[in-house]
Write a protein that binds this ligand. Structure first.
Ligand SMILES: [Zn+2]
Length: 146
């Protein structure tokens, strides 16, 4: 018997290596538990953090005594920003990162303005792009949409 709820509680404590304010559960990276394996889908293929996500989950499982639980990475279907939980989006906003959406313009996490522009395809990490608000002039990071 796999104690799914207990394992999910362990995973809820595993921070995303890029944004420690949100967990791998918040981001929707963890798809569930099937056949004694944690199924994960990386947020952004080619993201260097992917390896750290798996290592973080492995370490948390081991520490909680779930050494026999495996990790399986699934690339299809691809991760989408829809998988980020509402709580996760709220945490991202509080952290000053624009929650990703499919709209072309990002919403400024400081003042809520949509009068924003992309400054660089690469933000503080390769998985985020750098934006600037033309209203309050604050720079901010935004998740790249896959
Ligand atoms: Zn602003």
């Amino acid at each position: 018997m796999t104690d799914t709820a207990a394992i999910m509680a362990v995973l809820a404590e595993v921070p995303d290596p890029e944004i420690p304010a949100v967990s791998v559960l918040d981001l929707g990276i963890v798809r569930g538990i099937e056949g004694g394996k944690v199924i994960i889908t990386p947020t952004y293929s080619g993201c260097p953090a992917t390896q750290f996500i798996e290592e973080g989950i492995r370490a948390a499982l081991d520490a909680a005594g779930y050494r026999d639980i495996g990790i399986e990475t699934r690339l299809a279907p691809a991760w989408t920003t829809d998988w980020i939980s509402d709580a996760g989006k709220e945490k991202l906003r509080a952290y000053g990162i624009a929650p990703p959406d499919l709209a072309k313009t990002a919403t400024c996490p400081q003042c809520g303005s949509t009068d924003t522009e992309e400054v660089s395809r690469f933000g503080s990490t390769p998985c985020k792009s750098q934006w600037r608000c033309t209203d309050c002039l604050e720079p901010f990071d935004r998740f790249k949409c896959p």
